[in-house]
Design a protein around this ligand. Structure first.
Ligand code: AMP
Length: 222
């Protein structure tokens, strides 16, 4: 496996493509943190911060949170010590303006490898995956009723990890899923074109077992 002094990988793809799973795999493989703007925003909502309160209105509807909020969060996060050797970006950037600002960050310019990986899945598969997704509100673990159902106790799905009752994420409800997909399609193309022009776009087929997708991603980074 290659060694990098700063490795930056951006995981792209529609909601439900498995970006979170693949980011965790890359985090374990390369030892750099997994930065998910969705997770950071959900934490801010849980903690009741000003940013969380503002973000909630957009997230609830499946819309994008304003660029300046998300960019400020990322800019301060990458300056933390654990990001010195790089990071795996999941859910950021999400549109052309975020992508341009991202590529202009000194943090990114100084990296010795910057790659974006598009994990491609169809809309029908995205809907299937997201509507069968459950999460643990305590430890944030994600489960799939379709792929590997969690334990069922008295008619309730519970977390394998900590036994907490699983929930459906607010934005994994069917109407919001449809909106998230349409938001993805309207904003992703120009960003993908930019990454392609810069020759930093790789594409992998996400319609297969996550372990197979991981192998393809690792191959792209070798
Ligand atoms: P995710 O967990 O990545 O699917 O993100 C959940 C929600 O958080 C999205 O539907 C957006 O409302 C918001 N969000 C996450 N990342 C971004 C971003 N980079 N720009 C704007 N909104 C974001």
């Amino acid at each position: 496996m290659k060694k990098f002094s700063r490795l930056i990988v951006v995981l792209l793809g529609p909601p439900g493509a498995g970006k979170g799973t693949q980011s965790e795999m890359l985090h374990k493989e390369f030892g750099v943190p997994h930065l998910s703007t969705g997770d950071i925003l959900r934490d801010s909502i849980k903690q009741g911060t000003k940013i969380g309160k503002e973000a909630q209105n957009y997230m609830h509807k499946g819309e994008l949170v304003p660029d300046d909020i998300v960019f400020n969060l990322i800019e301060s996060r990458v300056n933390e010590d654990d990001c010195a050797n790089g990071a795996i970006f999941d859910g950021f950037p999400r549109n052309l303006s975020q992508a341009k600002n991202f590529l202009n960050l000194e943090y990114v310019k100084n990296a010795d490898l910057v790659t974006s990986i598009l994990v491609n899945i169809s809309d029908a598969d995205a809907v299937k995956r997201l509507s069968s997704r459950r999460y643990c509100p305590k430890c944030n673990k994600i489960f799939s009723l379709a792929v590997k159902p969690p334990k069922l106790e008295n008619g309730t799905y519970i977390c394998d990890n900590c036994g907490t009752e699983l929930e459906i994420r607010d934005d994994d409800k069917i109407e919001t899923i449809k909106n998230r997909l349409s938001v993805y399609h309207s904003f992703a193309r120009p960003m993908l074109d930019l990454f392609d022009e810069r020759a930093i776009l790789r594409i992998v087929d996400g319609n297969q077992e996550s372990t197979e997708v991981s192998k393809l991603i690792i191959k792209e980074l070798s």
